[in-house]
Design a protein around this ligand. Structure first.
Ligand code: ATP
Ligand code: MG
Length: 201
């Protein structure tokens, strides 16, 4: 194929793609909030959630973060968003961490932070609610899944929600509008590289 032929064929292929994209964009007319569910064993779920949060804040919107695991590391995003006027932030109390062994106390903390999430999920002034690591609450049976589904479904029409966690919970897969599975192809930790500030936390 000559260079000229290649250019002509590229132009045709691009025109075809342009047409398809335009038709798809024109067909999407509904305006409402969505539930985004990011799950899987690869790295990138919470950081994607926080990235979207930043996008929303950048547009002047009000957002809320609810973290269902209290890690022992102080994360960069917590520090960044702390005291930000557009961001409300709740972290699950002294409860569940990887080292936690007190189920009753964990359950009480889960209920407590879920009540805060419910308040955000009923507040139409909040554009985006990030429920980070919420899937663990269902893995451990700390929260009632049916109740959570009902609250998510009854939220304000234009409110967006992001759910993260490793597990694929069938009912959440069904309810969510956008679902991405983040698969681990490789992770530096498995080659012995230490967790790094600014990358892992
Ligand atoms: P991130 O917060 O970096 O987006 P994540 O939310 O996808 O990660 P989690 O399962 O919440 O992943 O794990 C949180 C921590 O574990 C982060 O410090 C992350 O970098 C690290 N991590 C994520 N996936 C892996 C993996 N496959 N192997 C080792 N460490 C991982
Ligand atoms: Mg995470």
């Amino acid at each position: 194929m000559t260079n000229q032929d290649q250019n002509a064929s590229h132009k045709l292929a691009m025109q075809d793609t342009q047409q398809k994209v335009r038709s798809a964009v024109a067909a999407a007319k509904e305006k409402r909030g969505v539930i985004i569910y990011l799950y899987g064993n690869g790295k990138g779920k919470s950081s994607s959630g926080f990235g979207t949060l930043l996008r929303s804040v950048g547009h002047g919107q009000q957002v809320a973060i609810v973290q269902f695991i209290k890690g022992s590391w102080k994360t960069g995003e917590q520090t960044f968003f702390k005291n930000h006027p557009q961001v409300r932030h709740e972290i699950m109390g002294t409860g569940f961490t990887w080292d936690s062994q007190n189920r009753e106390r964990d359950m009480a903390c889960a209920q407590e932070v879920w009540q805060k999430a419910c308040a955000f999920l009923a507040d139409e002034s909040i554009n985006l609610v990030l429920l980070d690591e919420i899937t663990y609450m269902f893995d451990f049976d700390y929260l009632n899944l049916a109740d959570c589904l009902a609250v998510l479904s009854a939220r304000p029409k234009n409110q967006n929600v992001i759910l993260t966690g490793r597990s694929a919970i069938p009912e959440l897969l069904e309810l969510a509008d956008t679902v991405s599975e983040i698969n681990e192809i490789k992770h530096a930790f498995n080659s012995g590289v230490k967790a790094q500030r600014g990358i892992e936390f």
